[in-house]
Ligand binder design. Sequence first.
Ligand SMILES: Cc1cc2nc3c(=O)[nH]c(=O)nc-3n(C[C@H](O)[C@H](O)[C@H](O)COP(=O)(O)O)c2cc1C
Length: 201
Amino acid sequence: MENEKTYLQNLILNRRIVRNYIESEETYPDLSDVPKLTIKIPTAGFSRGIEIISVENKDSIQKLAIYANEKTYIEKGFGKWISNSKAIFLILINEAAYHERYKMMDKKNETNSKNWSVPYWYVDAGAAMMNCMLLIDETGLKSGFLGSHNMEVLKIKSFLKIPKNIEILGFVTAGVEDSTKNIKKEKINRKKIVHKELYEN
Ligand SMILES: Cc1cc2nc3c(=O)[nH]c(=O)nc-3n(C[C@H](O)[C@H](O)[C@H](O)COP(=O)(O)O)c2cc1C
């Protein structure tokens, strides 16, 4: 059929950030392939500066919920999210890997990586984040994302033994959606962002 969507189009169209998970004892899909497929991304210069930690241990997830200040969200009336996750994937950024790579012989005549107009380590981290969310949604679980600006990053690094120089982009979460808690969001910022041929408002 002419307008039939492909599998990938449907996966992308149906994905949204889910922030309410139920506590479910049911066995959940195997997520063991998610980490390595998440970081199957192109990285600038093949720097390979994006890493990932998966956390499925229940006690560790409770600890991460504390460090993500979940309590303050629950006090505001939001449902459980991080603490009811089945798995949390932390996307990690090793900026130094990019600078190391771009100091090498074949790259040394290029713009210094410290002066890039767009820091490619964040570009690559975003690519990994998207892979991760789509891989989770493909299993039937629902994905969410909590940025590290809302977390106690130093405590998380110490807890998971993440080196100090590695940045945490955030948590990609996987869980079973609590659809009773679905909050209707205001439609904000619906300006034109897809342009064709010329940039037009
Ligand atoms: C870089 C980045 C950081 C985000 N940080 C948060 C966050 O800290 N907490 C949160 O609830 N959502 C966060 N989000 C989710 C956005 O708010 C989300 O993309 C937006 O609500 C649209 O969601 P949709 O995918 O459901 O359309 C973040 C998204 C991105 C891309």
